[in-house]
Design a protein around this ligand. Structure first.
Ligand code: ADP
Ligand code: MG
Length: 315
């Protein structure tokens, strides 16, 4: 029901940046190589995510707007070795229940256009479209004034969008991303697979030159990535990105370990720019902790923290 979708939306779509995240993750799950994000008025007026991925077959398009209609898990056991980013089938119905959503999609043959307003499909027509998907979300939270009141300033909401797009781009150097806000390009990556190039596309070429490669491993974990030289620091931890098996995560202990590895090289209140990619057995991670999947539980977290601290220290 629309009401159930709106309740789920309270968890999944907190703000414009959550919509961007969910739509981009869907594009990634659909094997896209190029993902272009266009935003107007910090996402409240419009968010468009256009990809060149698999597309949705016409007969599945209406299902995609139904709760728990995920196409990504066919077996209960799959829950324990999740490879795709989405698996709850909540994002599209949740977003549609609090906005005006137009989905244009094609698997390469005939395309489909679906217009969904406030959780109800009002149009379903054939559309000529190239292979891939365009999801355009307008008037976000237009029917939930209470939610609008909780949002921060347009500048803050936009910075949350940039932050999320940057982190995703860092996680997928093989995908070309672009982000445009009110007609201005904020970032662009080439998709050529080079992490340092992605860093340049986000933080600028000058900063990318001041990043040092790091690598370390023990029998359970492998860590690699880049950290900035002590001359290039920021006043916030926000520039530390941690990727776990290709998925960016929030983990206070792990970023603390990274900062500790820096030790005396850092001034008080200064933090490095860092991208740390961790590879480990997916069975040792529990991603199913929170609907937005950024919080994860890791068994042997202390060992991992030690490895990170040592790898940064030894660099
Ligand atoms: P989930 O990602 O958890 O499966 P969503 O609500 O985000 O659920 O999406 C529902 C379904 O719609 C997906 O399982 C997928 O089949 C389809 N879908 C959504 N976005 C795209 C896209 N950009 N390309 C291809 N399929 C998509
Ligand atoms: Mg999804």
């Amino acid at each position: 029901s629309v009401l159930a979708d709106q309740i789920a939306a309270g968890e999944v779509v907190e703000r414009p940046a959550s919509v961007v995240k969910e739509l981009v993750e869907n594009a990634i799950d659909a094997h896209s190589t190029q993902i272009d994000i266009t935003v107007e008025e910090s996402g409240l007026k419009r968010i468009s995510v256009v990809d060149d991925g698999d597309g949705i077959p016409d007969e599945d398009t209406e299902m995609a707007f139904k709760r728990h209609a995920t196409s990504k898990i066919t077996d209960r056991k799959d829950l324990f070795k999740i490879k795709s980013l989405g698996f709850r089938g909540e994002a599209l119905p949740s977003i549609a229940s609090v906005a005006d959503v137009t989905l244009t999609t094609s698997t390469g043959t005939v395309g489909t256009l679906i217009h969904n307003v406030g959780g109800h499909i009002v149009t379903h027509t054939p559309a000529a479209s190239r292979k891939g998907t365009d999801v355009t979300v307008k008037d976000l939270f237009g029917n939930v004034p209470a939610r609008l009141k909780y949002l921060k300033s347009p500048t803050t909401e936009l910075s949350k969008i940039t932050d999320i797009v940057n982190r995703i781009a860092l996680s997928y150097p093989n995908i070309a991303f672009s982000l445009v806000h009110n007609g201005r390009e904020l970032m662009r990556t080439s998709g050529r697979g080079d992490l340092q190039q992605v860093i340049a596309g986000i933080y600028g070429v000058q900063s990318a030159r001041k990043m040092v490669a790091i690598a370390g491993e023990n029998p359970d974990f492998k860590v690699s990535g880049y950290v900035s030289l002590p001359e290039l620091t920021r006043a916030s931890r926000q520039y530390i990105s941690i990727l776990l098996n290709g998925r960016y995560i929030h983990n206070f202990q792990l970023s603390k370990a990274l900062i500790a590895g820096y030790g005396s090289k850092l001034m008080v209140g200064r933090y490095p720019i860092a991208v740390l990619a961790i590879t480990m057995d997916p069975l040792l991670v529990d991603v199913n902790v929170h609907p937005t999947k950024q919080e994860v539980r890791i068994s042997q977290e202390p060992e991992l923290s030690q490895l990170i601290e040592k790898t940064i220290f030894d660099r």
